[in-house]
Design a protein around this ligand. Structure first.
Ligand SMILES: C[S@@+](CC[C@H](N)C(=O)[O-])C[C@H]1O[C@@H](n2cnc3c(N)ncnc32)[C@H](O)[C@@H]1O
Length: 326
Protein backbone atom coordinates (compact mmCIF):
# COMPACT_ATOMS: atom_id res chain seq x y z
CA UNK A 1 0.00 0.00 0.00
CA UNK A 2 1.16 3.53 -0.66
CA UNK A 3 2.65 5.54 2.17
CA UNK A 4 -0.03 6.33 4.78
CA UNK A 5 0.20 10.10 4.37
CA UNK A 6 -0.18 9.71 0.61
CA UNK A 7 -3.22 7.48 1.08
CA UNK A 8 -4.85 9.99 3.44
CA UNK A 9 -4.22 12.78 0.93
CA UNK A 10 -5.64 10.67 -1.88
CA UNK A 11 -8.80 10.03 0.14
CA UNK A 12 -9.10 13.70 1.10
CA UNK A 13 -8.67 14.98 -2.47
CA UNK A 14 -11.16 12.51 -3.95
CA UNK A 15 -13.84 13.39 -1.39
CA UNK A 16 -13.11 17.10 -1.78
CA UNK A 17 -13.80 16.64 -5.52
CA UNK A 18 -17.00 14.78 -4.69
CA UNK A 19 -18.18 17.66 -2.47
CA UNK A 20 -17.35 20.21 -5.14
CA UNK A 21 -19.24 18.13 -7.70
CA UNK A 22 -22.41 18.50 -5.65
CA UNK A 23 -22.13 22.25 -5.31
CA UNK A 24 -20.89 23.04 -8.81
CA UNK A 25 -23.17 23.99 -11.71
CA UNK A 26 -21.93 21.00 -13.67
CA UNK A 27 -24.06 18.64 -11.58
CA UNK A 28 -21.51 15.96 -10.97
CA UNK A 29 -19.06 16.69 -13.76
CA UNK A 30 -16.60 18.59 -11.57
CA UNK A 31 -15.25 15.48 -9.92
CA UNK A 32 -12.13 13.90 -11.29
CA UNK A 33 -14.04 10.96 -12.78
CA UNK A 34 -17.68 12.03 -12.95
CA UNK A 35 -19.89 10.03 -15.28
CA UNK A 36 -22.64 12.63 -15.13
CA UNK A 37 -25.59 10.26 -15.36
CA UNK A 38 -27.49 11.64 -12.40
CA UNK A 39 -25.07 14.15 -10.98
CA UNK A 40 -23.66 14.37 -7.48
CA UNK A 41 -20.85 12.97 -5.45
CA UNK A 42 -21.48 9.35 -6.33
CA UNK A 43 -20.91 10.05 -10.00
CA UNK A 44 -17.75 11.96 -9.19
CA UNK A 45 -16.42 8.83 -7.54
CA UNK A 46 -17.97 6.36 -9.98
CA UNK A 47 -19.75 4.44 -7.26
CA UNK A 48 -22.90 2.45 -8.08
CA UNK A 49 -26.29 1.79 -6.54
CA UNK A 50 -24.64 -0.24 -3.77
CA UNK A 51 -23.75 3.14 -2.26
CA UNK A 52 -25.52 6.43 -1.62
CA UNK A 53 -28.99 7.83 -1.10
CA UNK A 54 -30.81 4.84 -2.60
CA UNK A 55 -30.09 2.93 0.60
CA UNK A 56 -32.37 5.26 2.62
CA UNK A 57 -36.13 5.28 3.01
CA UNK A 58 -37.33 8.13 0.74
CA UNK A 59 -39.59 9.25 3.56
CA UNK A 60 -36.40 10.13 5.49
CA UNK A 61 -34.48 11.80 2.70
CA UNK A 62 -37.41 13.72 1.18
CA UNK A 63 -37.26 16.21 4.05
CA UNK A 64 -33.53 16.93 3.64
CA UNK A 65 -31.82 19.50 1.39
CA UNK A 66 -31.17 18.03 -2.08
CA UNK A 67 -27.42 18.63 -1.78
CA UNK A 68 -27.24 16.54 1.41
CA UNK A 69 -28.92 13.65 -0.40
CA UNK A 70 -26.82 14.05 -3.55
CA UNK A 71 -23.65 14.00 -1.44
CA UNK A 72 -24.57 10.69 0.17
CA UNK A 73 -21.75 8.20 -0.33
CA UNK A 74 -22.49 5.69 2.39
CA UNK A 75 -23.18 1.97 2.20
CA UNK A 76 -26.19 1.82 4.52
CA UNK A 77 -28.34 3.85 6.88
CA UNK A 78 -26.63 3.90 10.29
CA UNK A 79 -29.24 6.20 11.82
CA UNK A 80 -31.80 3.42 11.43
CA UNK A 81 -29.31 0.81 12.64
CA UNK A 82 -28.53 2.77 15.79
CA UNK A 83 -32.20 3.11 16.78
CA UNK A 84 -31.70 6.69 17.96
CA UNK A 85 -33.91 8.05 20.71
CA UNK A 86 -34.94 11.59 21.77
CA UNK A 87 -32.34 13.34 23.90
CA UNK A 88 -29.36 11.24 22.82
CA UNK A 89 -25.96 12.65 21.81
CA UNK A 90 -24.71 11.23 18.53
CA UNK A 91 -21.36 11.36 16.76
CA UNK A 92 -21.02 10.59 13.03
CA UNK A 93 -17.46 9.72 12.01
CA UNK A 94 -16.70 10.86 8.46
CA UNK A 95 -19.89 12.89 8.17
CA UNK A 96 -19.40 13.94 4.53
CA UNK A 97 -22.21 16.17 3.23
CA UNK A 98 -24.07 15.69 6.50
CA UNK A 99 -26.94 13.34 5.61
CA UNK A 100 -26.59 11.11 8.68
CA UNK A 101 -26.00 14.01 11.07
CA UNK A 102 -29.15 15.72 9.82
CA UNK A 103 -31.19 12.52 10.06
CA UNK A 104 -29.78 11.90 13.55
CA UNK A 105 -30.64 15.43 14.63
CA UNK A 106 -34.25 14.86 13.64
CA UNK A 107 -34.39 11.56 15.53
CA UNK A 108 -32.81 12.83 18.78
CA UNK A 109 -34.87 16.04 18.71
CA UNK A 110 -34.20 19.39 20.37
CA UNK A 111 -32.99 17.82 23.62
CA UNK A 112 -30.39 15.75 21.77
CA UNK A 113 -27.39 16.72 19.68
CA UNK A 114 -25.58 15.41 16.61
CA UNK A 115 -21.85 16.01 15.96
CA UNK A 116 -20.16 15.26 12.65
CA UNK A 117 -16.40 14.89 12.19
CA UNK A 118 -14.71 14.98 8.80
CA UNK A 119 -11.20 15.77 7.58
CA UNK A 120 -12.20 17.28 4.23
CA UNK A 121 -12.82 21.03 4.30
CA UNK A 122 -15.03 20.95 1.19
CA UNK A 123 -17.28 18.31 2.77
CA UNK A 124 -17.51 20.34 5.99
CA UNK A 125 -18.50 23.45 4.01
CA UNK A 126 -21.18 21.46 2.20
CA UNK A 127 -22.47 19.92 5.43
CA UNK A 128 -22.72 23.30 7.17
CA UNK A 129 -24.66 24.77 4.24
CA UNK A 130 -26.96 21.74 4.30
CA UNK A 131 -27.52 22.12 8.05
CA UNK A 132 -28.44 25.79 7.60
CA UNK A 133 -30.82 24.92 4.75
CA UNK A 134 -32.41 22.21 6.90
CA UNK A 135 -32.79 24.66 9.80
CA UNK A 136 -30.98 22.23 12.10
CA UNK A 137 -29.79 23.91 15.29
CA UNK A 138 -28.79 20.84 17.29
CA UNK A 139 -25.84 19.93 15.06
CA UNK A 140 -22.17 20.83 14.61
CA UNK A 141 -19.55 19.77 12.08
CA UNK A 142 -15.98 19.53 13.36
CA UNK A 143 -12.84 19.32 11.28
CA UNK A 144 -10.74 16.38 12.39
CA UNK A 145 -9.51 12.88 11.81
CA UNK A 146 -11.52 9.91 12.97
CA UNK A 147 -8.26 8.51 14.38
CA UNK A 148 -8.09 11.49 16.81
CA UNK A 149 -11.64 12.71 17.39
CA UNK A 150 -11.86 16.33 18.61
CA UNK A 151 -14.28 15.54 21.44
CA UNK A 152 -13.64 14.74 25.11
CA UNK A 153 -13.97 11.29 26.69
CA UNK A 154 -17.50 9.95 27.20
CA UNK A 155 -19.00 12.82 25.17
CA UNK A 156 -21.72 10.88 23.30
CA UNK A 157 -24.26 8.10 23.72
CA UNK A 158 -24.07 6.74 20.19
CA UNK A 159 -21.35 6.59 17.54
CA UNK A 160 -22.44 6.11 13.95
CA UNK A 161 -20.42 6.06 10.75
CA UNK A 162 -21.29 5.34 7.14
CA UNK A 163 -18.66 3.78 4.91
CA UNK A 164 -15.66 5.56 6.42
CA UNK A 165 -13.81 3.12 8.70
CA UNK A 166 -12.64 1.23 5.60
CA UNK A 167 -10.96 4.44 4.40
CA UNK A 168 -8.82 4.83 7.52
CA UNK A 169 -5.15 3.92 7.43
CA UNK A 170 -5.19 3.26 11.21
CA UNK A 171 -8.28 1.25 12.04
CA UNK A 172 -7.23 0.25 15.60
CA UNK A 173 -6.99 3.96 16.43
CA UNK A 174 -10.48 4.58 15.02
CA UNK A 175 -12.02 1.76 17.07
CA UNK A 176 -10.22 3.02 20.18
CA UNK A 177 -11.52 6.54 19.58
CA UNK A 178 -15.07 5.24 19.18
CA UNK A 179 -14.69 3.57 22.57
CA UNK A 180 -13.12 6.64 24.21
CA UNK A 181 -15.79 9.15 23.16
CA UNK A 182 -18.70 6.88 24.09
CA UNK A 183 -20.20 7.22 27.55
CA UNK A 184 -20.34 3.98 29.57
CA UNK A 185 -23.31 2.00 28.30
CA UNK A 186 -23.10 3.74 24.92
CA UNK A 187 -23.41 1.95 21.61
CA UNK A 188 -22.08 1.76 18.09
CA UNK A 189 -24.19 1.52 14.92
CA UNK A 190 -21.99 1.60 11.86
CA UNK A 191 -22.43 0.88 8.16
CA UNK A 192 -19.27 -0.17 6.35
CA UNK A 193 -17.89 -2.42 3.65
CA UNK A 194 -16.70 -5.71 5.14
CA UNK A 195 -14.97 -8.65 3.46
CA UNK A 196 -15.81 -12.29 3.93
CA UNK A 197 -13.11 -13.92 6.05
CA UNK A 198 -11.84 -15.95 3.12
CA UNK A 199 -11.07 -12.84 1.04
CA UNK A 200 -7.43 -11.93 1.62
CA UNK A 201 -6.20 -8.30 1.81
CA UNK A 202 -4.58 -8.80 -1.61
CA UNK A 203 -7.89 -9.99 -3.09
CA UNK A 204 -9.70 -7.00 -1.55
CA UNK A 205 -7.25 -4.73 -3.38
CA UNK A 206 -8.00 -6.53 -6.65
CA UNK A 207 -11.76 -6.11 -6.20
CA UNK A 208 -11.89 -2.34 -5.89
CA UNK A 209 -9.97 0.81 -5.07
CA UNK A 210 -9.05 2.18 -1.65
CA UNK A 211 -10.90 5.50 -2.19
CA UNK A 212 -13.86 3.52 -3.53
CA UNK A 213 -14.27 1.88 -0.08
CA UNK A 214 -13.27 -1.64 -1.13
CA UNK A 215 -9.51 -2.24 -0.82
CA UNK A 216 -9.26 -0.98 2.78
CA UNK A 217 -12.15 -3.04 4.12
CA UNK A 218 -11.69 -5.22 7.18
CA UNK A 219 -12.93 -8.80 7.20
CA UNK A 220 -15.76 -9.80 9.50
CA UNK A 221 -13.39 -11.44 11.99
CA UNK A 222 -10.93 -8.54 11.87
CA UNK A 223 -13.83 -6.18 12.70
CA UNK A 224 -15.20 -8.24 15.58
CA UNK A 225 -11.74 -8.89 17.04
CA UNK A 226 -10.77 -5.23 16.64
CA UNK A 227 -13.89 -4.05 18.47
CA UNK A 228 -13.30 -6.53 21.29
CA UNK A 229 -9.65 -5.43 21.58
CA UNK A 230 -10.82 -1.80 21.87
CA UNK A 231 -13.04 -2.83 24.81
CA UNK A 232 -16.45 -3.25 23.15
CA UNK A 233 -18.85 -6.06 24.01
CA UNK A 234 -21.58 -7.72 21.93
CA UNK A 235 -19.84 -6.92 18.65
CA UNK A 236 -21.63 -8.18 15.55
CA UNK A 237 -21.27 -7.78 11.79
CA UNK A 238 -24.34 -8.42 9.61
CA UNK A 239 -23.95 -8.48 5.83
CA UNK A 240 -26.73 -6.59 4.00
CA UNK A 241 -25.79 -6.45 0.29
CA UNK A 242 -22.86 -7.52 -1.85
CA UNK A 243 -20.83 -4.62 -3.28
CA UNK A 244 -18.09 -6.71 -4.92
CA UNK A 245 -17.38 -10.45 -4.97
CA UNK A 246 -17.00 -11.53 -1.35
CA UNK A 247 -17.36 -7.94 -0.14
CA UNK A 248 -20.52 -6.64 1.50
CA UNK A 249 -22.25 -3.58 2.77
CA UNK A 250 -22.64 -4.45 6.45
CA UNK A 251 -24.15 -3.30 9.72
CA UNK A 252 -21.75 -3.32 12.66
CA UNK A 253 -23.06 -3.11 16.20
CA UNK A 254 -21.27 -3.10 19.55
CA UNK A 255 -21.68 -1.74 23.07
CA UNK A 256 -19.44 -0.03 25.58
CA UNK A 257 -19.77 -1.68 28.99
CA UNK A 258 -21.48 0.35 31.67
CA UNK A 259 -18.59 0.11 34.12
CA UNK A 260 -14.81 0.14 33.90
CA UNK A 261 -14.71 -3.25 35.59
CA UNK A 262 -16.95 -4.72 32.90
CA UNK A 263 -14.73 -3.16 30.22
CA UNK A 264 -11.71 -4.85 31.77
CA UNK A 265 -13.54 -8.15 31.73
CA UNK A 266 -14.37 -7.66 28.07
CA UNK A 267 -10.75 -6.91 27.23
CA UNK A 268 -9.53 -9.98 29.07
CA UNK A 269 -12.15 -12.07 27.27
CA UNK A 270 -10.78 -10.72 24.00
CA UNK A 271 -7.35 -11.91 25.08
CA UNK A 272 -5.79 -8.48 24.73
CA UNK A 273 -4.80 -7.87 28.33
CA UNK A 274 -3.61 -10.38 30.93
CA UNK A 275 -5.64 -10.98 34.06
CA UNK A 276 -4.19 -8.83 36.85
CA UNK A 277 -5.00 -8.43 40.55
CA UNK A 278 -6.89 -5.17 41.09
CA UNK A 279 -4.16 -3.75 43.33
CA UNK A 280 -1.40 -4.45 40.85
CA UNK A 281 -3.49 -3.17 37.97
CA UNK A 282 -4.36 0.13 39.65
CA UNK A 283 -4.38 2.02 36.37
CA UNK A 284 -7.21 -0.15 35.18
CA UNK A 285 -9.50 0.94 37.99
CA UNK A 286 -9.53 4.59 36.93
CA UNK A 287 -10.90 6.64 34.08
CA UNK A 288 -7.65 5.81 32.33
CA UNK A 289 -9.24 2.49 31.49
CA UNK A 290 -11.76 4.24 29.30
CA UNK A 291 -9.21 6.39 27.55
CA UNK A 292 -5.82 4.71 27.32
CA UNK A 293 -5.99 1.24 28.77
CA UNK A 294 -7.28 -0.59 25.72
CA UNK A 295 -4.22 -1.93 23.92
CA UNK A 296 -5.68 -0.89 20.60
CA UNK A 297 -5.94 2.68 21.92
CA UNK A 298 -2.27 3.13 22.70
CA UNK A 299 -1.01 4.52 19.38
CA UNK A 300 -3.53 7.37 19.37
CA UNK A 301 -3.98 7.81 23.11
CA UNK A 302 -0.46 7.42 24.42
CA UNK A 303 1.35 9.31 21.71
CA UNK A 304 3.19 6.53 19.92
CA UNK A 305 4.93 7.81 16.78
CA UNK A 306 2.67 7.52 13.74
CA UNK A 307 5.11 5.28 11.91
CA UNK A 308 4.92 2.68 14.69
CA UNK A 309 1.12 2.52 14.60
CA UNK A 310 -0.54 -0.64 13.35
CA UNK A 311 -1.09 -1.08 9.62
CA UNK A 312 -4.57 -0.69 8.10
CA UNK A 313 -5.40 -4.35 8.35
CA UNK A 314 -3.02 -5.31 11.14
CA UNK A 315 -4.61 -7.05 14.10
CA UNK A 316 -5.00 -4.82 17.13
CA UNK A 317 -4.10 -7.76 19.31
CA UNK A 318 -0.48 -7.14 18.31
CA UNK A 319 -0.51 -4.00 20.49
CA UNK A 320 1.13 -3.99 23.96
CA UNK A 321 -0.89 -5.67 26.71
CA UNK A 322 -0.11 -3.44 29.69
CA UNK A 323 -2.42 -0.99 31.42
CA UNK A 324 -2.90 2.64 30.45
CA UNK A 325 0.09 4.30 28.79
CA UNK A 326 2.63 2.33 30.81
C1 LIG B 1 -17.50 7.51 1.62
S1 LIG B 1 -17.66 9.14 2.21
C2 LIG B 1 -19.02 8.93 3.32
C3 LIG B 1 -19.61 10.23 3.78
C4 LIG B 1 -20.86 10.10 4.63
N1 LIG B 1 -20.63 9.28 5.79
C5 LIG B 1 -22.01 9.55 3.81
O1 LIG B 1 -22.57 8.54 4.17
O2 LIG B 1 -22.33 10.18 2.81
C6 LIG B 1 -16.25 9.26 3.29
C7 LIG B 1 -16.14 10.57 4.09
O3 LIG B 1 -15.23 10.32 5.16
C8 LIG B 1 -14.25 11.33 5.20
N2 LIG B 1 -13.03 10.68 5.71
C9 LIG B 1 -12.35 9.66 5.15
N3 LIG B 1 -11.32 9.28 5.92
C10 LIG B 1 -11.35 10.09 7.00
C11 LIG B 1 -10.54 10.21 8.18
N4 LIG B 1 -9.49 9.40 8.37
N5 LIG B 1 -10.85 11.15 9.09
C12 LIG B 1 -11.91 11.98 8.89
N6 LIG B 1 -12.71 11.93 7.81
C13 LIG B 1 -12.44 10.99 6.88
C14 LIG B 1 -14.15 11.86 3.80
O4 LIG B 1 -13.70 13.19 3.79
C15 LIG B 1 -15.58 11.74 3.32
O5 LIG B 1 -16.33 12.88 3.61
Amino acid sequence: MADRAQTVELVRSRYAAAAVAVTSDSGGQAGCCGSGSAGGAADALEVDESFGAGLYDPADTDVLPEAAVLASLGCGNPTAVADLRPGERVLDLGSGGGIDVLLSARRVGPTGFAHGVDMTAEMLDLARVNAARAGATNVEFLEGRIEAVPLPDAAVDVVISNCVVNLSTDKPAVLAEMFRVLAPGGRLGVSDVVAEDTVTPEERTERGSYVGCIAGALSRTEYVDGLAAAGFTDASVEFTHEVAPGMHGAIIRAAKPTTAAAAGTALRAAGTRPEQPAAAAGCCDTAELDSCCAPGAKPSCCGAPADTAADATESVSAAPATCGCR
